[in-house]
Design a protein around this ligand. Structure first.
Ligand code: PCD
Ligand SMILES: [Cu+]
Length: 805
């Protein structure tokens, strides 16, 4: 039955199952203005909240005078830490085991920190009242540099004074949060001391921000009559928010309903818990009416979860012919005023220990020091919440730096160090077990597709022409090969606030053969309603068009840990396939009964069960569904439903090979991206068109970060890039035409072999863009310059190398 006859081909195509570039079902709604976002929620008598925020990065709050604000018509309440303290809600736990002020308690630690929450009859009145709250501050010395912070006498976190133990072990200094070590320090140092060649580099992965189209917000509605709290919000993990809200407020969990409606982009920015959520809840409890809080763009950029801010120093050791023997990495991680990273509990620096990359490196050591400064907390977001972006940037830069030291081609250096296909499952020196990979095939395909040798020849000719004064542009060839680690995670080592990181799917087949499936994840634009229906279509033989996918309502969806870290496909996608298989197993029994044969004598065929050897005898899934509800079948319960909670045995390790070709104008510092080729291997592909969209989006965000985007601070801790006037968001103008490609190396442990893909293009894209810039200047002695490579910095690099003389 393995041939696909035209008839079977047609039945299969009708399902729109896995592998089909099914059009996104959510788009009709979104493109016609029918999306339902938090700010679209309007309830009777709803009040609006707005924050008084600190203009200072570090100051004592001497006094707060609410009188003028309260006197403004329409103002209902002004909440401060003093009001929240009796409820014990003036501080909240962070996802990283630290705690964070909900409203300034005696001092502020970053510019934009929440000081008071004004509640008023409308959003504009609330904003006017914010201006009328008089706060007296006493400025304190500001620290924006983590290295200075570790030397400073200034105690940033007075609440932790004298505490030598933090959530992740000993603290070395009053501004130190944790040290996290992985690997063998002594062995690594020994390898480095005895190596033929050692390349060293320090690099700064600057602070950025995902800047989703929709900012963060929530609507809280406390119904005091029946004791139920409903909370709508921009939550990437609605179930966890419900649990946290219950623990914080003391309201029993069944009396809290959390709903993530449509979300206008999350990108990790909406994983954490923000003071706005807590304040809207408290305000609704206090006033007895619904309260909405929606931040504006500046608030979003200044105060919500940023990304990166990692100072990384590496040493990489190799033999003369380029075989890598050891890797040493130290990170000073700037976490801002509170440690609010959303990493799994046991990983205070996320999965930074994937920093040996795609290479067979026998010995390695990583140490990360987390440090407090006067900047906004967070550090979790932007297409790899779990620091894989930093890790891949680090190793892909170290490879380039080593290639320079060895005077070797960087593509070849990668090739000779790749983990070989037959080495999988491969256990890396820093502990991870990579599930599957075929790096050489992907690399060869990529290099061939772009005519790598031809490009290098052209580049060398350009350098000669430049030296002869015939051109003022240089050519950069950016390479990157990345291995991602997504799908957290096995419950045994991954949890958030104690909740194991499984995920779930619940399916209900209706009598007429259509279905609804609910998952513990939540789409923020990824297209889950489209793709999860495709997984099910292939598993249960019902067309994807007849399956509704629902996520984000804790009253109806099974418990799950949410969507970030590209975990939906690896974890909830697996739960979906397995729940589908439970449906199929029951359907098989029903079919056998209807066909009057033994269970083992029927087999699944696309959309039906057929009697083995007699394909004309069959029952379609539609018929089986109907029978499940209208016939008494001996020994079988009525109905057709299944639920699956999936604890993945391992993470999935997607990978990819990227090449970027740039022409850089040495006199203006303007790079022109000529070509960008991206090969992604995410195992079994569910929807190729959605994957392509994910890759385009991730690459564009990579371009943004590599070429200009930054949350920059001045020495007083003022955010210099808090508006879209200064914060670079690429538009169609800057974005090149991406060429996408793929190989398929299925995950051996995932039920359908799929790995995540959403984060990959960002993780692999940033080093690729950066390497292209660096590579253009390699012939003139450049080894490394820090991102973001905006025109000014590129110009400076050229100038520093004497290219303007
Ligand atoms: N193999 C495969 C894989 C995958 N897929 C598809 O694709 C997507 C994606 O997926 P994934 O990878 O699994 O992921 P998810 O979990 O779903 O998601 C998440 C991600 O996602 C991305 N992408 C996106 N998109 C959009 N539109 N929006 C958004 O927001 C976003 N975000 C971002 C991020 S950042 Mo983090 O949070 O930082 O951690 S992480 C992240 C979906 O739909 C799915 O189904 C397919 O098809 N196939
Ligand atoms: Cu990640």
């Amino acid at each position: 039955m393995n041939d696909l006859s035209p008839e079977r081909q047609e039945r299969s195509a009708n399902l729109k199952g896995m592998g089909c570039s099914r059009k996104r079902v959510e788009d009709a709604r979104f493109t016609q203005g029918k999306g339902n976002y938090v700010d679209d929620i309007k309830l009777d008598g709803m009040l609006h909240g707005d924050f008084v925020r600190s203009p200072y990065a570090h100051a004592r709050v001497v006094s707060i005078n609410k009188d003028a604000a309260l006197a403004l018509p329409g103002v209902v309440a002004v909440l401060t830490a003093e009001d929240l303290a009796p409820l014990n809600l003036h501080w909240m736990p962070t996802l990283a085991g630290d705690k964070q002020m909900v409203l300034a308690d005696g001092k502020v630690l970053f510019q934009g920190q929440e000081v008071a929450f004004v509640v008023a009859s409308d959003r504009y009145v609330a904003a006017d009242a914010v201006e009328l709250v008089e706060v007296e501050y006493e400025e304190l010395p500001v620290i924006t540099d983590p290295f200075e912070s570790l030397k400073s006498d200034v105690v940033l976190r007075e609440d932790l004074a004298g505490q030598t133990e933090g959530a992740h072990g000993p603290r070395k200094h009053h501004n130190h949060i944790f040290t996290w070590e992985q690997g063998e320090e002594a062995a690594t140092n020994q390898v480095i001391d005895n190596a033929d060649i050692v390349a060293e580099e320090s690099m700064y992965y600057h602070r950025t921000h995902p800047c989703p189209l929709e900012t963060c917000g929530s609507v809280a509605s406390m119904d005091k009559v029946n004791g139920k709290l409903t909370l709508w919000g921009t939550f990437q993990a609605p179930h966890v928010v419900r649990t946290v809200a219950s623990l914080l407020s003391g309201i029993e969990e069944h009396n809290i309903r959390v709903i993530s409606p449509d979300i206008g982009g999350g990108f990790g920015n909406k994983v954490g818990v923000y003071p706005g959520y807590v304040c809207s809840i408290v305000a609704s409890i206090v006033t007895g009416v619904p309260v909405k809080w929606v931040e504006d763009r500046m608030e979003n950029l200044m105060s919500t979860a940023f990304a990166r801010d990692y100072h990384m120093t590496g040493k990489i050791a190799a033999t003369k012919d380029g075989k890598i023997t050891g890797l040493h990495c130290h990170v000073t991680a700037d976490h801002g005023g509170f440690d609010a990273c959303a990493d799994p509990t046991k990983f205070p620096a996320g999965f930074m220990n994937i920093c040996t990359g795609s290479y067979d490196i026998p010995t390695a050591y990583l140490a990360v020091d987390g440090v407090y400064t006067n900047k906004a907390p967070g550090g979790v977001s932007y297409r790899c919440s779990f620091r894989v972006t930093e890790a891949v940037y680090f190793i892909e830069r170290m490879i380039e730096v080593l290639a320079i030291k060895l005077d070797m081609d960087a593509a070849e250096l990668r090739r000779i160090n790749f983990i070989k296909k037959e080495q999988f499952p491969y256990t890396a020196a820093l502990g991870w077990e990579y599930d599957s990979g075929d790096y050489h095939t992907a690399w060869d395909k990529a290099l061939k597709s772009v005519d790598y040798e031809g490009l290098r020849k052209e580049q060398a000719e350009r350098v000669e022409a430049f030296k002869r004064g015939e051109t003022r542009t240089l050519m950069g060839i950016g390479l990157s090969f990345f291995t991602e680690i997504v799908g957290a995670g096995p419950v045994k080592n991954c949890d958030i606030l104690g909740m194991g990181m499984f995920d779930s799917c619940e399916i209900r087949i209706h009598p007429t053969g259509s279905a609804i499936a609910r998952l513990g994840t939540i789409s923020q634009g990824q297209g889950h309603a489209t793709t999860f229906a495709q997984i099910l279509a292939s598993e249960i033989g019902i067309s994807a068009d007849s399956i509704t996918i629902e996520e984000g309502d804790t009253d109806t969806a099974p418990y799950g840990l949410g969507t970030y870290g590209s975990r939906s496909t690896p974890v909830a996608g697996a739960a979906t396939a397995l729940a589908g298989r439970k449906i199929r197993a029951k359907a098989q029994m029903i079919a056998a009964y209807l066909l009057e044969v033994h269970d083992d004598d029927v087999e699944f065929d696309i959309d039906r069960f057929v009697v083995k050897g007699a394909p004309e005898k069959f029952k379609t899934m539609k018929e089986i569904a109907y029978a499940a509800y209208n016939q008494a079948i001996p020994g079988i319960e009525p109905g057709l439903e299944a639920v699956s909670y999936y604890d993945p045995p391992n993470m999935t390790y997607p990978f990819g090979a990227y090449v970027c070709v740039m022409d850089i104008d040495v006199d203006t510092g303007v790079p022109e991206i000529r070509r960008f080729y991206a090969l992604d291997d995410c195992g079994t592909r569910i929807n190729p068109m959605i994957i392509e969209g994910q890759v385009h989006g991730g690459l564009t965000e990579a371009l943004a970060v590599a070429l200009g985007q930054e949350i920059a601070y001045d020495e007083l801790g003022n955010v210099k890039t808090g508006t879209l006037m200064d914060f670079f968001l690429p538009t169609a103008w800057e974005v090149p035409n991406y060429e996408t490609d793929y190989t398929v190396t299925p995950s051996p442990h995932h039920p359908i072999g799929a790995k995540g893909v959403g984060e990959s293009p960002h993780v692999g894209g940033v080093p690729c863009f950066s390497n292209a810039i660096q590579d253009a200047f390699r012939p003139f002695g450049n080894t490394h310059t820090n991102m973001p490579h905006d025109h000014w910095r590129i110009w400076q690099t050229a100038n520093g190398l004497g290219l303007h003389d």
